[in-house]
Every structure is written in C-alpha cells, then in structure tokens.
Write a protein that binds this ligand. Structure first.
Ligand SMILES: [Zn+2]
Ligand SMILES: [Zn+2]
Ligand SMILES: [Zn+2]
Length: 263
C-alpha cells in the first residue's frame, strides 16, 4: 500500500480507504468461487456414481443441449446473400466428461433424461430425428449424413474406437480406408505441386485474404508471390478464380462477377 501511495502521490490513509472495500469484495468473490468449485466437485462425484460412462472408468454422462440451426445443404459458389436453407431445432445430446473418451450419443434425443439414459446404456447409435422447432417436422440423417458423421469421428479417433459407438463396422472400415488413401494421394500430389506458380519468377505464390468490394468484408482472395511481389491486381470471390488469374499471368483480370455488373 505504501508503494501505491508513492506511485500515485496520494496519502497512505486515502489509499487505504480506497483499497479496503476493493479488498473486501475480492475476498468475498474468492469465497464464492471456492464454494462453487466444491459444489461442482460434489456434483461430478454424484454423476460418476449414478451416471458412469459405459466405455471408460473415469468419465460420466455430460448432457448438453442448445438451439441449433441445421443447414439442409451447403451453398457453393462463393458469396451469396440471403438465407441459407435449413431449420432450427433443439436437440439433446450426451457425451463423456472424460475428454479422452469417445463415448457420445450420435443422434439427438427429445429430452435431457432420454439422452442420459441412452448414453449410460451404451446405446450411442440409437437412431432418432431432429425436430424442427415450431412446425414439429422431423428430419432423419441420410446415408450421406451418417457417413459424414463417421468421417467427423474418424478425424479424431481410430476406426476401432469409432466402431464402439455402434456404427456399421464395415462402413467404418471402408471410410477409414478411403480417408487413408485420400491422405496418401494428397501427399503424392504435394511432391509435384504445380499450383500457384508465379508467372514472373516461378516460385510458389500464396493466397491472401482480401476485402470484398460488394460486402466490404474480408472474404475474397488474391494471390501474390512472396518472392518477387507479383500479384493479381483485383481480388476474387473464390480461391479458384484468383489462382487461375495468377497462374495464367492474367494479372489485370477482373473477377467475373464485377465484369458482368459493369455492363
Ligand atoms: Zn467415457
Ligand atoms: Zn436404442
Ligand atoms: Zn514471383
């Protein structure tokens, strides 16, 4: 407190008067934090005892839910204003509190209780629908949707772990194999990478984020060479269009969307 007084030039008494309520508030906050921590610990203990994870020995059921917007299809082709097609729902899921355990419900449940019940029974692949809020319309994963889910898990876990969730084991193996082959393909392609070669010096150019002249957000692309500073004069809504202009040396080329708009 003396050092504060010295720094501020205020008398020690004043500094003490200012400081006292602050210190008191901090002490109170510490006490509240400690109480909350021990409450959470006690809760976790009860959850471990009553809702243990069927796959690992340390985790327990951790239900979660929230309002979710699910797109029905992704719109390709750069920027597009307006609404994406999709629906709002409020799915209930449950996963293991142990971050190193894969256990989790793959499909949504209608309530927190149902989600926890399926989780604890190891019924992770119990098929169920997403239900649109308001209309009650039901949406079921397509085969493609299920494959996307499996791929999502395969990005983080190995095939035998993913099978533990109850997916069709043959399908998991096939997708895991495809993934491996795709990755190897990428590597081979990488050895002979001929993309983005600078038309001026032959070194490899790089993508740079650029401001869209339409929305004024940083969502467009330009390609530039870090070695000789050659770059496309304009930016483009897609990396593909930007790289084509760069690789073919058409550095003055305007993006198609602007060419059309001007005429
Ligand atoms: Zn677990
Ligand atoms: Zn079931
Ligand atoms: Zn260059």
């Amino acid at each position: 407190m003396e050092s504060v007084a010295k720094q501020t030039g205020l008398p020690v008494d004043i500094v003490r008067q200012i400081n006292e309520p602050i210190a008191k508030r901090l002490a109170e906050q510490d006490a509240v934090d400690a109480a909350e921590r021990s409450m959470r610990k006690a809760e976790a203990k009860i959850m471990r005892e009553q809702y243990p994870c069927p796959l690992c020995s340390t985790g327990h059921a951790e239900p979660h839910d929230c309002d979710t917007f699910l797109p029905l299809g992704f719109i390709h082709g750069g920027e597009r204003d307006g609404q994406m097609d999709g629906f709002w729902c409020h799915p209930y899921f449950c996963s293991c509190s142990n971050q190193r355990c894969i256990a989790c419900n793959i499909f949504p449940s209608k309530s927190r209780e149902e989600a926890v019940e399926r989780f604890c029974a190891g019924d992770f692949a119990h098929e169920d629908d997403f239900i649109e809020l308001g209309t009650g319309k039901r949406y079921h994963y397509s085969q493609y949707g299920i494959e996307q889910q499996i791929l999502r898990y395969l990005a983080q876990w190995n095939a035998s772990q993913v099978k533990q969730l109850g997916f069709d084991p043959k399908l998991v193996d096939t997708l895991a194999m495809q993934r491996t082959l795709d990755r190897m393909g990428d590597k081979y392609a990488g050895v002979f990478d001929t993309t983005l070669l600078c038309p001026n010096c032959g070194m490899k150019g790089e993508y740079r984020k650029a401001i869209s002249p339409i929305t004024h957000t940083k969502t467009w692309w330009r390609v530039g060479c870090p070695y000789c500073k050659t770059r496309t004069r304009y930016s483009f809504p897609s990396q593909k269009e930007a790289s084509e202009a760069f690789e073919t040396g058409k550095l003055e080329k305007k993006p198609t969307i602007l060419q059309e708009g001007k005429r």
